[in-house]
Design a protein around this ligand. Structure first.
Ligand SMILES: C[S@@+](CC[C@H](N)C(=O)[O-])C[C@H]1O[C@@H](n2cnc3c(N)ncnc32)[C@H](O)[C@@H]1O
Length: 284
């Protein structure tokens, strides 16, 4: 599975997660052992600060992306930036006759995914190491392409959209979740810090594409927008949960604290929004 041609990425939060998972940290295992993304609460006021509640909320976020992408039986589905395979696990558990593919740049994550997610026949499941901006698949092979909370890491959003369009069959759907800044702060988000500060805890993140520009990129690529759902408020309990488990960790991760607080503040002010978007490739 290890592909020497795949560029290396520096994602300190995954080094931390993989270390905590190897140590069998019960909270990290429950909350981030399957999905590595924010949670979704339809009624945020009902969120509790338990890891079990967060794990259910993380499952719900994947569900929302699948609903937006109309993921249902007998489809060929690619999950790009699949992490530990949580979204594919959810589809595998709930749908039948699916041909599932997961792609990630980091082989360590794929190894965990491969040992933990086993296809439920007649579903099939394969993982590949590769770069989202140079997908190692032929043209027009997938009914659905998913990208859950990962596009901000990709080297080039426009190039990823082109690649997703290329590998989708006519009528196929790209469904994704991503952070989008308000137009007014987008120029600030383009500022890159000098090395080594550009990496921080979450690695390189490009959260510099406001919604109108996202849609414009998708349109230029050939897609039609079919879903646009602002779920910022539904994800906000994530920050309270992160503070709770952060306080229990033995080691203080100063950059993690600062970066997470910044994202929380911008999100609460709706200067940074969290969207689920679905784009369809024309049928003809
Ligand atoms: C926040 S995690 C989300 C993981 C997974 N989608 C989930 O929701 O659990 C971001 C993921 O993007 C992956 N990633 C980063 N850059 C990538 C690239 N250029 N190509 C493919 N995957 C990439 C990371 O390895 C990581 O698994």
């Amino acid at each position: 599975m290890d592909n020497p041609k795949t560029p290396k990425v520096n994602l300190p939060y995954f080094d931390y997660l993989l270390h905590s998972l190897a140590q069998e940290d019960p909270d990290v295992t429950q909350s981030f052992g399957r999905h590595v993304h924010w949670g979704y609460w339809s009624r945020p006021s009902t969120a509790t600060l338990t890891s079990a509640d967060f794990a259910r909320a993380a499952d719900r976020l994947s569900q929302q992306v699948c609903v937006a992408g109309k993921v249902e039986g007998k489809q060929v589905v690619l999950d790009v930036g699949c992490g530990f395979g949580g979204t594919l696990a959810l589809i595998n558990e709930t749908q039948s006759n699916m041909t599932l593919h997961g792609l990630n740049i980091d082989n360590r994550q794929l190894q965990r995914a491969q040992t933990r997610v086993k296809p439920k026949p007649p579903n099939t499941l394969q993982f590949h190491q590769g770069n989202a901006c140079a997908l190692p698949y032929p043209d027009q092979v997938f009914d659905r392409v998913l990208a859950v909370e990962c596009i901000f890491h990709f080297p080039d959003r426009a190039q990823f959209l082109k690649e997703a369009f290329r590998v989708l069959k006519p009528g196929g759907i790209l469904s994704l979740s991503d952070f989008t800044p308000k137009k007014v702060i987008a120029p600030l988000m383009k500022i890159t810090l000098p090395k080594p500060f550009d990496v921080g805890f979450y690695g390189q993140c490009r959260v510099d594409t406001p919604l109108h520009q996202y849609h414009a990129l998708a349109k230029q690529t050939g897609f039609t927008t079919i879903t646009e759902k602002n779920i910022t408020d539904n994800t906000l309990p994530t920050y309270r949960y992160l503070r709770t488990i952060g306080a229990q960790q033995k080691q203080l991760h100063f950059t993690a604290l600062i970066e997470t607080l910044t994202i929380e503040l911008l999100s609460r002010l709706h200067l940074l929004d969290y969207y689920i978007l679905a784009y369809q490739k024309p049928k003809h």
